[in-house]
Design a protein around this ligand. Structure first.
Ligand code: ZN
Length: 165
């Protein structure tokens, strides 16, 4: 007969004395694949490209290698309008490591009728109190990208988005 183990130290109990400090600071490379590579290369030229599904015709920005509805490989590349619609947004009031100084706005942006959205910062909003930012935007607002002067083929070649003029 086996002794029953002590069941009292459940996973939901985190005692201060069990905590052990760790630090991760890793440099590493990630295989982003051909689809993302072409997307980023276009951003460096201040162009936004998407990929199209041969079955349903949906356009994906950011480009996807497979249609999320039909599960077939996307094939045609197209350059899309540099316009987007704000589908949702959130205002951050707290400082997170390696993130901008708060307050800042992160938007869920549908670029040129894409079937999916991308996230990016929405800036150039005037406000007096940080809380005012919450009412500065609404779903359906048109937004446009503002390109970085210093582009090297990544998502921050678009420095941020702003309300379209
Ligand atoms: Zn499809």
């Amino acid at each position: 007969m086996t002794d029953k183990l002590d069941q009292s130290a459940g996973a939901d109990e985190v005692h201060a004395e069990y905590k052990y400090p760790f630090h991760w600071d890793l440099d590493f490379s990630l295989n982003i694949g051909e689809t993302n590579r072409r997307f980023f290369a276009a951003l460096e030229d201040k162009r936004i490209v998407g990929k199209t599904c041969p079955e349903c015709g949906d356009v994906f920005v950011p480009p996807q290698s497979v249609c999320v509805e039909c599960y077939v490989e996307t094939d045609e590349w197209i350059e899309v309008e540099q316009r987007g619609v704000l589908e949702s947004y959130t205002v951050c009031f707290f400082q997170f490591d390696k993130m901008p100084e708060p307050p800042y706005v992160t938007g869920v942006i549908r670029v040129d009728d894409s079937a999916i959205c991308m996230m990016h910062f929405v800036e150039e909003l005037e406000y007096e109190e940080p809380m005012d930012l919450v009412d500065k935007l609404e779903k359906g607002d048109e937004v446009e990208p503002v390109w970085s002067n210093d582009r090297d083929g990544d998502i921050f070649d678009m420095d941020h988005w702003r309300l379209a003029e």
